[in-house]
Each structure stands twice: as structure tokens, then as C-alpha cells.
Design a protein around this ligand. Structure first.
Ligand SMILES: [Zn+2]
Length: 321
């Protein structure tokens, strides 16, 4: 896989930059998801294009009614459980303050708590000493984060919603089936056949940091050819030190293709290039992306899962008490 592969095949069509402080009260509105107008429904909530659990932001819109806002807001608990430990560690502000991370705990156990004070993580690990490991020689602290339980498919749906919010009304016409899928109750989805795998690609920066979250929507440049299928839309979300990438399922164009006959291809968004110190005076660099910390998840899972993640911190000093 080359760095340029993704940008050869996809182009940017929308981003959160287009939605800065867009929400206005008292004007005629039409909901882009259910097509209802101000005469038929209410538009009192301030809909965020990217939920504030990814970080405080003012990317809002005028095209989401209160009903749809509540309906699609139901994925936010799972999304928050999935991303919150990182936000605490790096001190990302959500609505008003940096969230306090509390680990998943067993019976008669206390959670490990991580609180961010003035940009520095403070750990209170109570009796869970095994979650922490000091590597004195390398000045490194290794922490096992026991995240709260989350439902992978809801995390995926929450991200798909971000993608649809970035779509123009015209582009959204190709995604009615996707809107139906987001609207359906989770237990009605037993027999859903997906046109693409529900892949979530995640990169973690070690140097770069996005205090304000951002989301960018990419569209495939070329039409489908041969028996290879690349999804039409790809969403990339930045938050703090994390970059998420997903593809939007159920584009109309897949109605007539048989997923079994097509080979699904995905290209990795080259976020990791921002994390590399480019040697000066050098036009080309060779990167071995197998060294990068990129993880690929299959999110097609409707039950709660537990996930532990090992994160290593380099530190200058640790104060313990
Ligand atoms: Zn609506």
C-alpha cells in the first residue's frame, strides 16, 4: 500500500469547516433525514455535525429536526465509552470540561480513575495496581485501559451519522437505505445483509494532536470497474490523537451488485504521514506502514463488548503519592 493510493482514488467533498456556527433559530428548515419541515416538526435542539464527545466544537447545522437528533443521539453512549479514555488521557475538552475516565470494574472492585488536571493525567488506581506497570529504564508508564462496555455496531452507526450529516442533500439521495438502517431498532437488524464490511480503521498519533475535532468526507473519483468494489463515500474523523476512518454502507449503486461476486477494496487514509518527521530537503520519503499503529476492527457486532487496551506513555517525571 502506497501513501498516495487513497488520494488517487478519493477526493474531499465536504468537511466540518463548512459547518462552523451554522445553526440559526427562527428560520424555515427542512430535515435532511426525514424531509419534514418547520411546519411539521420542531428544530429547537442545536445539532452538532460531530458530537461533542469527540471534543468541544461549534460545527452545527440547520438540517436536523429534534426527532432525528434524538433518534440518532442514541449511539452516543457507545461512542463515548469507546473514545472517552483517550480524551481523558490527552485532556481533550468535551462539552465543558475534560471527562473523568472510570474503568470498567468487576464486582466488589473500584474503578481506576483518570482525571486530567491542567493537561496532565492523574491516575487513581486504588487496588487495581496490575493495570499499571512502570518501565523505569525507558521512562515509560504502561497502562491497561479497561474501557466501559460498548456495542461495536452502535459505534459504527454513530460514525455513519457524522458522514451523512456532512453529505449534501443531493449526495444523500443515494443513501436512503442508510438512513433507514440508522433509524431501525437494533434488534430488527438480525437479517441485514451488508453491502460492505463494517470496517473501522484507527490510527493513533504520537506527535500530532487535534484539540478541536474535525470530520472530512471523501468521495470515490472513478466509477466501479471490473469486480472490485470501493465504497462511494469514506469518512475520516480526527479527535485529539486519534484518527478514525470508515466507509458508508448501503449506497444505492450497490443494489445491483452481489457482494459475493465483488471484491471489496479499501484504501487507508494516510493520516500517519502527519505523524512523521519529514527529513528536510527531501522530496520523497519511503514509509513502511507495517510499523504504524493502525488497527482494523470489524464493527458488525450487536452485543456489548469489553475491550482492554495497552497504552504506553513516555514521561519526564511521575509524582506519586
Ligand atoms: Zn428529521
Amino acid at each position: 500500500m502506497k501513501i498516495t493510493d487513497f488520494l488517487d482514488k478519493f477526493e474531499k467533498i465536504s468537511s466540518t469547516d463548512n459547518f462552523e456556527k451554522k445553526f440559526v433559530r427562527g428560520i424555515d428548515k427542512t430535515c435532511k433525514f426525514c424531509s419534514k419541515t418547520s411546519n411539521e416538526t420542531t428544530f429547537n435542539n442545536v445539532p452538532h455535525v460531530i458530537p461533542e464527545l469527540f471534543g468541544k466544537n461549534n460545527f452545527t447545522n440547520n438540517e436536523e429536526c429534534d426527532n432525528c437528533n434524538t433518534l440518532f443521539g442514541r449511539f452516543e453512549t457507545d461512542l463515548a465509552n469507546y473514545v472517552s479514555p483517550y480524551l481523558t488521557l490527552i485532556g481533550q475538552r468535551t462539552k465543558s470540561k475534560v471527562p473523568i475516565f472510570q474503568s470498567r470494574k468487576g464486582e466488589n472492585q473500584r474503578s481506576t480513575r483518570i482525571k486530567n488536571i491542567n493537561g496532565n493525567p492523574h491516575f487513581n488506581f486504588g487496588s487495581n495496581l496490575s493495570d499499571f506497570e512502570y518501565d523505569y529504564q525507558n521512562n515509560q508508564l504502561n497502562v491497561t485501559l479497561k474501557k466501559k462496555k460498548f456495542v461495536p455496531i452502535n459505534v459504527y452507526k454513530g460514525l455513519v451519522k457524522v458522514g451523512l450529516s456532512l453529505c449534501t442533500t443531493e449526495e444523500l439521495e443515494n443513501y436512503n437505505k442508510t438512513i433507514d438502517w440508522l433509524s431501525q431498532r437494533e434488534d430488527d437488524l438480525e437479517n441485514t445483509i451488508f453491502d460492505i464490511p463494517l470496517l473501522l480503521l484507527r490510527t493513533r498519533f504520537s506527535k500530532k494532536y487535534y484539540a478541536k475535532p474535525a470530520a472530512i468526507l471523501y468521495k470515490r473519483k472513478h466509477s466501479i470497474s471490473g469486480n472490485i468494489y470501493r465504497p462511494n463515500l469514506c469518512l475520516v474523523v480526527y479527535s485529539g490523537i486519534l484518527v478514525f476512518q470508515i466507509f458508508i454502507p448501503f449506497c444505492d449503486e450497490t443494489e445491483n451488485i452481489n457482494p459475493k461476486e465483488y471484491k471489496f477494496e479499501y484504501d487507508l487514509f494516510p493520516a500517519f504521514v502527519f505523524d512523521v518527521d519529514f527529513p528536510k530537503d527531501q522530496e520523497k520519503i519511503e514509509l513502511d506502514i507495517s510499523d504504524m499503529s493502525i488497527v482494523k476492527y470489524d464493527m458488525n457486532w450487536r452485543a456489548q463488548v469489553e475491550e482492554d487496551e495497552l497504552i504506553g506513555f513516555k514521561y519526564d517525571s511521575i509524582i506519586s503519592n
